[in-house]
Write a protein that binds this ligand. Structure first.
Ligand code: FAM
Length: 419
């Protein structure tokens, strides 16, 4: 079949069976223990959530449905033969667990295209926001405005049976994914191009249409770049719009997705102060000055990973192929040689290597998307595929509301004393 929903439905029974077996046969097995340090330290590393679509390994980086990023670059169908993978193929993989054929990926393109129209009221809400509203705030606002059309919220109101939750959640998720390029482009045009809209081109795929509707006279490979770049709220039965908007509010924090914009600002700061080709010695001083100023070096470090982020490596490979002489790329490459040593010398940074945000901005600059405050929106659009696929699975499997327990300092001290 080239119909994603049909393929997804085929995958449901086996997955339900596996979860039932896991609970029945291993329900009492211990996955880990929680230390006081973890409880006061942001819950790092506590294995406490079922998440089927991806797995992050500290050493190796992320795998989607068991495949690493280089493996997916090789195996997923491309926008052009041999080109970067289509996000539509990724969505198929995340939902069904199977690598799609080119026809199946194109089937998803067609299905999304039919749902892609952004309602007029959402455009009006965006247009009404004061100029200068951060693009991430605009994204959250637009998604919440779309929520009035939620099929899950409507079905829940009408008393839908639990076992049927998955279907309106699936429909909402596809509607939202389909509309995100139009929304992101509207935010871009409103914020930077005086508001005039560009209509979608029905011959283009999902990511290419985003590039097209942004219309920032982009270089030929920019749509491919958008391909490369590419939640616990849902457990309370908040519909996909509410859940995704909540996730986006989190992504908008500077230690998370906003690092995208912060990195570029920081690298521009380096260029301004030290010129196009600074020496390593100058860069070392600059990095130390950032640290001594009580700031982080954006684009380096990771909460879980302990190696260079494979997404960084993937973007670096792209830059090596398409813009090896670009000054900003050369600068980022030298920083790769300089920064980790210094972060190691602080003695506290657990991962001194670059993450995806250290690189993505440079590529966007090269392709003419120079407005760094917009970058996290692109990050958020690509994230939608992952989080919404998992959201569909979570509701399909009937996972309950998440309820991690919080403790006061007194409660922890009492617990320690009594053990
Ligand atoms: N520059 C300076 N200090 C850093 C640092 C960096 N790049 N990375 C970590 N540290 C510090 C950190 O602030 C902490 O200091 P204190 O003990 O004084 O609070 C110490 O090193 C130990 O931190 P950690 O255990 O190595 O990292 P965390 O798990 O606490 O935090 C990050 C992880 C990503 C928030 C952190 O590395 C950071 O702030 N990096 C810069 C911002 C960034 O690039 N974020 C994007 C992450 C990206 F992958 C994404 O999610 N979008």
């Amino acid at each position: 079949t080239t119909d994603l929903k049909a393929a997804f439905m085929e995958a449901i029974p086996q997955e339900m069976e596996r979860l039932k077996m896991l609970k029945k046969e291993h329900g009492a097995a211990v996955l880990g223990q929680v230390t006081v340090e973890q409880a006061v330290g942001g819950m790092r590393g506590i294995p406490a959530l079922l998440w089927e679509t991806s797995l992050l390994d500290a050493e190796e980086g992320i795998r989607f449905r068991g495949y690493s990023i280089p493996e997916l670059q090789e195996r997923l169908p491309g926008a052009k033969p041999g080109g970067e993978p289509l996000p539509e193929g990724m969505l198929w993989l995340l939902l069904t667990g199977q690598i799609p054929t080119a026809e199946q990926a194109h089937g998803v393109t067609g299905m999304l295209r039919e749902r892609s129209a952004v309602p007029a009221h959402v455009q009006q809400v965006l247009a009404a926001l004061p100029s200068g509203t951060h693009p991430m705030t605009q994204l959250c606002t637009a998604v919440l405005a779309l929520q009035s059309g939620s099929k899950f919220a409507a079905a829940y109101d009408q008393g839908v049976h639990k076992s049927k939750y998955w279907e309106p959640v699936y429909e909402d998720s596809m509607d939202l994914i389909a509309k995100l390029p139009g929304i992101a482009a509207a935010i871009y045009r409103n914020t930077y191009k005086g508001g005039a809209r560009i209509e979608p081109d029905p011959s283009l795929d999902w990511a290419a249409n985003l590039a097209h509707q942004m219309g920032a006279r982009l270089a030929p490979r920019s749509d491919e770049l958008l391909c490369v770049k590419i939640a616990s709220v849902g457990s309370a039965l908040s519909d996909p719009y509410l859940s995704y908007a909540a996730g986006m509010a989190g992504l908008a924090g500077p230690l998370h997705g906003l690092a995208n914009q912060e990195t570029l600002r920081w690298v521009h700061g380096v260029q301004q102060e030290l010129g196009e080709s600074p020496t390593k010695e100058q860069l070392r001083d600059y990095v130390w000055a950032t640290l001594k100023g009580g700031k982080v070096v954006p684009g380096f470090g990771h909460a879980v990973l302990r190696k260079t982020d494979p997404r960084y490596t993937c973007l670096r490979g792209f830059a090596q192929r398409h813009m090896p002489e670009y000054p900003l790329f050369r600068l980022v490459s030298i920083l790769y040689e300089v920064v980790p040593d210094i972060l190691m010398q602080t003695g506290k940074v657990k991962n001194p290597y670059p993450n995806v945000d250290a690189h993505s901005g440079v590529l966007l600059q090269y392709y003419g998307i120079t407005e760094e405050r917009f970058y996290t929106v692109l990050f958020g659009v690509s994230r939608a595929l992952g989080v919404l696929s998992q959201g569909i699975w979570s509701r399909t499997l009937g996972l309950p509301i998440e309820r991690p327990k919080s403790l006061t300092i007194d409660a922890m001290l009492q617990h320690v004393a009594s053990n």
